[in-house]
Design a protein around this ligand. Structure first.
Ligand code: NAD
Ligand code: ZN
Length: 236
């Protein structure tokens, strides 16, 4: 079956995506050749984006974070918009994303499970006050709370940190009930997120990714291409 035929035949589609869903919006992923892991820094990105590093080297963390993780001009691409359209049409029940850029909601998707949090939400580690994306973007050095002067932390799941349990429950529940699972733009190497797709027991498992993934052999349909280009051709 083609992707169009699978989508036409499905009524409970769940989309599970990663950094590759936003590369067509100009946000680099981690593991492609021009991804963040292949650029040169004083520390490897996994180390900078860890809880220990955030606590011990907060200024250095924020330098990298503001420079590389915040993309204020990024706009949703064809993949984000098509998924929002499929949700409005009642065919797609949930988007589960490893991305922290908020672009699915910006495109109009409502039921989005952000497994790794969002750069759009930031909280004071002292009093819990919330701060905007712009507050962090426009801060210098370590962003501090304007009420209690404690350090502000992005609502992003860093390495060594646990995923939010309600988000996990919602995501696993959506995958378990889906008749079609579309996995796209993810290397499927970041756990526990990548493990959630094992809960799928519906009819059609589709994989759309530029590079090969460890799950290529398990999918009913594998498309090696750009997810925005592929989804833009789908009629809702
Ligand atoms: P990854 O970098 O490990 O893998 C991305 C995959 O997407 C690669 O296999 C690549 O071949 C593929 N890809 C790139 N562009 C594509 C496109 N246009 N169409 C189809 N496939 C494409 O990313 P991951 O698996 O999501 O894991 C990395 C972690 O990094 C995630 O946990 C995520 O939180 C974080 N991250 C998020 C963002 C973001 O929010 N936009 C950006 C970078 C990293
Ligand atoms: Zn505070």
């Amino acid at each position: 079956m083609t992707l169009q035929e699978i989508i036409d035949a499905s009524n409970d589609i769940v989309f599970f995506g990663g950094a590759g869903v936003s590369t067509e919006s100009g946000i680099p992923d981690f593991r492609s050749v021009d991804g963040l892991y292949n650029q040169k820094y004083d520390y490897p990105p996994e180390e900078i984006l860890s809880h220990t590093f955030f606590v011990n080297n907060t200024a250095e963390f924020y330098k990298f974070y503001r420079d590389k993780m915040l993309c204020p001009n990024a706009k949703p691409n064809a993949a984000h918009y098509k998924l929002a359209q499929l949700e409005k049409a009642g065919k797609l029940k949930a988007v589960i994303t490893q991305n922290i850029d908020g672009l699915h909601q910006a495109a109009g998707s409502n039921n989005v499970y952000e497994l790794h949090g969002s750069t759009l939400r930031n909280y004071c580690t002292g009093c819990g006050k919330s701060f905007s994306f712009e507050y962090i973007l426009n801060s210098d050095g370590i962003p501090l709370c304007d009420e209690c002067s404690s350090v502000i932390k992005p609502d992003v799941v860093l390495y060594e940190e646990a995923l939010d349990s309600d988000t996990i429950k919602g995501a696993v529940n959506a995958i378990s009930n889906a008749d079609c699972l579309i996995v796209a733009g993810t290397s499927l190497t970041v756990y526990p997120a990548a493990g959630f797709i094992r809960y799928f027991n519906g009819k059609h498992f589709v994989l759309i990714n530029m590079a090969e993934t460890p799950m290529d052999n398990s999918a009913d349909l594998v498309i090696h291409g750009k997810v925005g280009e592929v989804l833009s051709k789908i009629n809702v």
